[in-house]
Design a protein around this ligand. Structure first.
Ligand code: ADP
Ligand code: MG
Length: 393
């Protein structure tokens, strides 16, 4: 789960990670109230969307920049009016962009130097890793590619926590001394506690800055959480912004389905993540493109299958459907009944290829045959994939 910059900064403040003072707003009236809480002077207006690269982004009406420096609060109010309700396209949003429904006002800081700092989970070592660089404010992927020696990593033993020598190592690598070093050390320790306590998947500050006064501040904040740990953080779940999520994925999460929308046109309904991955692969192999990843799980109920099928049918990009089930725990007949029930409710105008194998497959095939549904059956995975690719071509 992702949250907005302004929410991440509130979280940072709670953990003692310094940020410039700021307030968020969703309407012109709220903008006036929000600005009233900030001192007069240079103010930043920042579009709040769950995507980075806002500074270099462009709105669909041609207005440039989702992060704007304004000399006065009056100017900030005017700029916020141009952002609210407008759609911002950045390198991370895809061409459709994201509608800006919240803006964040924050004092413009005097920047001495920009750095990069992030904490995430390194899956190879199963350790949290702190990533830091003197090359902040720019795309970190480019830095990692062109000058990998400028990316510094410290792996933290999760049982021992972050050690002082590791913090000193990071400070040294960033070339910080005096007050800056002291402030940065405190910030890194507090950020690690924030990452750990909230079960974050990633906390990223780009840029982290030093100011002429020796302060160290998080100017941007990106935080995402491990969905599997959300059950123990109701206060974090409350920060979820459904405006930022694909409605199909929201619907899927209500039914505990593992669904991810993709940009192809062949929908897949599969049981098991591994089979779902290989189903997408085989569609690609035969020249098609998957419209989604959908794993209904090992013990899906008929209701879940109905919900899954409806989500698929609600996707305007979908031109054909491939159901690929290998029944181990899953009863193939439950899938078949779910498909029939969903089609009864919402109809089916698209080609449908079904491959049922394993537990109760014979009964499943009989249910489908008795329903009179116009479907094509696939004998093997390859056969089914080849057929659906041909049908949507
Ligand atoms: P994004 O990464 O989405 O482009 P950022 O929050 O990193 O958004 O903002 C882009 C750039 O704008 C930053 O690299 C920084 O140079 C500048 N900036 C952002 N917030 C402030 C601020 N409060 N004061 C001064 N400059 C800022
Ligand atoms: Mg940034």
């Amino acid at each position: 789960m992702n949250i907005h910059e302004y929410q991440a900064k509130t979280l940072f403040e709670q953990y003692g990670v310094p940020v410039p003072k700021g307030t968020a707003a969703t309407t012109p009236g709220e903008c006036i109230a929000a600005l009233a809480q900030l001192p007069e002077g240079p103010t930043m207006v920042k579009a709040q969307i769950h995507a980075g690269g806002r500074g270099k982004g462009t709105f669909t009406d041609g207005f440039k920049g989702g992060v704007k420096y304004c000399k006065t609060k009056a100017e900030a109010l005017e700029i916020a009016g141009k952002m609210l309700g407008n759609t911002l396209v950045t390198l991370q949003t895809g061409p459709a962009g994201r509608k800006v429904q919240t803006v964040y006002f924050t004092g413009a800081s005097a920047i001495k130097k920009e750095y990069y700092l992030a904490i995430l989970l390194d899956r190879t070592t199963s350790h949290p890793v702190i990533v830091a660089s003197t090359e902040g404010g720019v795309e970190i992927e480019k830095v990692a590619h062109a000058t990998p020696e400028k990316i510094h990593k410290v792996f933290v033993d999760p049982a021992c926590g972050l050690a002082d020598f590791q913090v000193r190592e990071l400070i040294f690598k960033l070339g910080l001394t005096g007050a800056e070093a002291k402030n940065a050390a405190k910030l890194i320790r507090n950020l690690y506690t924030c990452y750990w306590d909230t079960d974050a998947a990633m906390v990223e500050i780009n840029p982290l800055i030093t100011t002429p006064a020796g302060e160290v501040l998080a100017l941007d904040a990106k935080v995402s959480f491990d969905d599997n740990a959300l059950f123990r953080h109701p206060e974090i779940v409350a920060l979820r912004d459904l405006n930022e999520e694909d409605p199909k994925e929201i619907e899927a999460s209500k039914h505990a389905l593992n669904y991810i929308a993709l940009d192809g046109n062949i929908a897949c309904l599969v049981n098991g993540a591994g089979l779902a991955m290989s189903t997408m692969d085989i569609i690609k192999h035969f020249g098609g493109t998957p419209a989604n990843f959908l794993d209904v799980g090992g013990g899906a109920t008929r209701e879940q299958v109905v919900a899954a099928f409806k989500i698929i049918l609600g996707d305007a990009n979908v031109k054909g459907i491939l159901v690929n089930i290998f029944g181990g725990i899953m009863d193939c007949n439950v899938i078949a009944q779910g498909i029939v029930e969903a089609v009864k409710e919402v109809g089916l105008k698209l080609p449908l290829v079904v491959r049922l194998e394993g537990n109760n497959a014979v009964a499943g095939k009989a249910t489908l045959a008795a329903s009179g549904l116009a479907l094509v059956s696939g004998d093997t995975m390859a056969d089914a994939a080849r057929k659906i690719v041909k049908l949507v071509a």
